[in-house]
Design a protein around this ligand. Structure first.
Ligand SMILES: Nc1ncnc2c1ncn2[C@@H]1O[C@H](COP(=O)(O)OP(=O)(O)OP(=O)(O)O)[C@@H](O)[C@H]1O
Ligand SMILES: [Mg+2]
Length: 276
């Protein structure tokens, strides 16, 4: 388990560096793009034919909510903008992309996600389930992958390298922000800022802990039916230092948080972009 995660962490930190420094790596073979249309962030990840991270870009977004496109034109505009930014950095066109959806999204919404990617001048290679993409980026053979994003907590259970179950339920980072807004009498934007202020984590975390326990309860409901030896947490809402400790206490199973948890799912989506 640890050896696999060590390799994945190296790749994730490299991907994070590429995004932060707005730079790119040399590549071999085809460039493959992953488009993560999240509730809080849109992320484009580019890998080469060896699954090495080559470039990435992201922007905050409100155009998609839990896998449902709520602002179609806005979504296309955002994806096109990130695509153009990456293409100018790379000096070449990005042609093919995979997209992703949270488990359980209805077929109409899946089509809408695909249409956004195609209308952004990509050839769509496929649409993958989000926690499955995360498991691929982590390269794990067994365990539960829990993606706590902006709107929902998604879970995939992996056995012998295959996804045997996936599910998704409301409760994500947005709910933490709402709790903080109420507890500290702040508007939503102020509460969101406070939530991400690492220097204030101890007071913030006391307030959001019940939300973390609710997320753990969702996971417990699934893993009590399909026992696992470890739980991997990814997604922006698990950024708190104490997050995995609360999960571990609640679940009684080792909980592992990879490096750059926000980037695991986007990178996994790019790894699922397959074409010749
Ligand atoms: N440092 C941080 N501390 C606490 N929360 C954070 C931090 N950074 C990001 N978040 C929260 O993580 C959430 C975004 O995570 P992520 O990008 O994984 O979600 P998403 O993919 O857009 O949403 P979803 O997967 O639910 O559609 C937001 O609610 C954001 O406030
Ligand atoms: Mg997400």
């Amino acid at each position: 388990m640890l050896k696999e995660l060590h390799a994945a962490n190296k790749v994730l930190l490299e991907f994070q560096r590429l995004i932060e420094e707005k730079t790119c790596n040399p590549w071999k073979g085809n460039l493959r793009t992953g488009v993560d249309l999240g509730t809080a962030n849109i992320v484009l990840a580019v890998v080469d034919s060896h699954n090495r991270p080559i470039a990435g870009a992201s922007c905050p977004s409100t155009v998609v909510k839990d896998g449902i496109v709520v602002d179609y034109l806005g979504a296309i505009r955002a994806v096109r903008q990130l695509k153009e930014e990456l293409e100018s950095r790379l000096g070449t066109a990005l042609t093919h992309a995979a997209a992703a959806i949270p488990p359980g999204v209805n077929p109409g919404s899946v089509r809408a996600i695909g249409n956004v990617v195609e209308s952004s001048d990509f050839i769509l290679t496929g649409i993958v389930d989000e926690p499955t993409a995360a498991a691929d980026a982590l390269g794990i053979e067994s365990g539960a992958v829990v993606d706590v994003g902006g709107g929902t907590t998604g879970i995939s259970i992996i056995e012998q390298g295959k996804v045997v179950f996936s599910g998704d339920e409301p409760t994500g980072g947005t709910h933490m922000t709402l709790v903080l807004s109420g507890a500290f009498s702040l508007d939503i934007a102020e509460a969101e800022q406070l939530k991400k202020d690492g220097a204030k984590e101890s007071e913030v975390f006391d307030a959001v802990k019940p939300v973390v326990e609710k997320m753990a309860a969702i996971v417990k409901g699934y893993v009590s039916k399909r026992p696992v030896e470890s739980v991997y947490v990814v997604g922006g809402a698990c950024s708190f230092r104490q997050f995995e400790n609360v999960f571990e206490k609640y679940l009684g199973i080792p909980v592992v948080k990879p490096a750059a948890p926000l980037l695991v799912t986007p990178l996994g989506i790019a790894m699922n972009c397959k074409f010749d």
